[in-house]
Design a protein. Structure first.
Length: 336
């Protein structure tokens, strides 16, 4: 049995599908602060069987311990975390409480339950301003916002944990920019409030929920002046978690990038989504945001060598799959 924290979220629901399809049993916990229980009903519709669900906050150590014990959990995939960069700057203590304290309590419950296999969802934000590109796992770590710092603190905490107890099996995954949706259109990204990610913002303009897209700067040193990011299809990202889980056969701790190795600019994403949707995406140019970089792109070669994993889906596929999800669910899970 695999415990999936944040299991009802965007990435969590896709990882849940990957686990169930691979034959694993899953128990998903989520406090539902940024997710919807309905996503797991959709998972059941896709997979033909359901994960166990428990409405549990990772900061409730006793509740987590009880799930671990009662369900016979053997490994944990930890996705439960707040992830909005701007919000983390406005309310850093909430981020430290949820992301750092929450992980401490999760790990404490795992120790008590003698569950010592953990896959942790980290982020490329731990790299900060690139000093070279593409970003490999040896790049210096210098996050520029509280969100990124919470991820780095947890990474260091897990490494210290392994140094003190060398029977742990820990995989640290540095995500780049997840996008897209399951090909069925049943599960996808359903942000609460204003989306923090580009693709759902573009989709909401295409579906008519927003009048236009605001692009933060068009004077970067890039071919079209807009920022470039490494977008990875969420289904490829989910597959990466399975590869890591299977890799954790021996004690140790390792860190790996999950990205495509190629970047797309904001305007390239807009054009790709216009092609996928058949609709125009009005936009306006605004001033750059503080802290944004011109280019952020992964070197995923370590993942390919170590895990035999690489992304398979293109930007066009990400946009087509997200548009399919958006058309079937114009107001997200709140359509239900």
């Amino acid at each position: 049995m695999i415990l999936l924290t944040g299991g009802a979220g965007y990435i969590g629901s896709h990882v849940c599908i990957a686990l169930l399809d691979a034959g694993f049993d899953v128990v998903a916990i989520d406090n539902l602060c940024n997710s919807n229980r309905a996503s797991l009903d959709r998972v059941e519709a896709i997979c033909g069987r359901a994960p166990v669900f428990r409405h549990v906050d990772i900061r409730d150590e006793e509740a987590v311990f009880e799930v671990l014990r009662a369900c016979g959990v053997t490994a944990v995939i930890h996705l439960a975390g707040l992830k909005a960069v701007g919000e983390s700057s406005a309310d850093p203590m909430t981020y430290y409480d949820n992301n750092v304290v929450g992980t401490m309590r999760l790990v404490s419950a795992m120790k008590r339950a003698k569950v010592k296999t953990l896959v942790f969802s980290s982020s490329a934000t731990v790299y900060g301003m690139p000093t070279y590109l593409p970003l490999d796992e040896r790049h210096p770590l210098a996050p520029t916002n509280p969100y990124g710092r919470t991820k780095l603190i947890v990474e260091e905490m897990l490494k210290d944990l392994y140094r003190s107890e060398d029977d742990w099996r820990i995989g640290i995954l540095r995500y780049f920019n997840p996008a897209g949706a399951h090909e069925s259109g049943l599960v996808g990204e359903d942000p609460i409030g204003v989306p923090n990610n580009l693709v759902p913002l573009v989709a909401q303009v295409a579906i008519g929920r927003r009048a236009k897209l605001r692009i933060w700067g068009n004077d970067y040193d890039t071919p079209d002046g807009t920022g470039i990011r490494d977008f990875i299809h969420v289904v490829d990202l989910a597959a990466g978690h399975l590869s890591v889980l299977r890799h954790l056969e021996q004690p140790g701790v390792f860190t790996v990038n999950l990205g495509t190795g190629s970047g797309s600019s904001v305007l390239e994403v807009v054009r790709a989504f216009e092609t996928a949707s058949g609709r125009s995406i009005p936009y306006e140019i605004a001033d750059r945001r503080t802290g944004d970089v011109a280019i952020c792109c992964a070197d995923p070669s370590f993942a390919q060598r170590t895990l035999d994993w690489k992304s398979a889906r293109s930007l066009a596929q990400m946009c087509a799959d997200h548009w399919h999800w958006q058309l079937k669910n114009p107001d997200g899970y709140r359509d239900i």
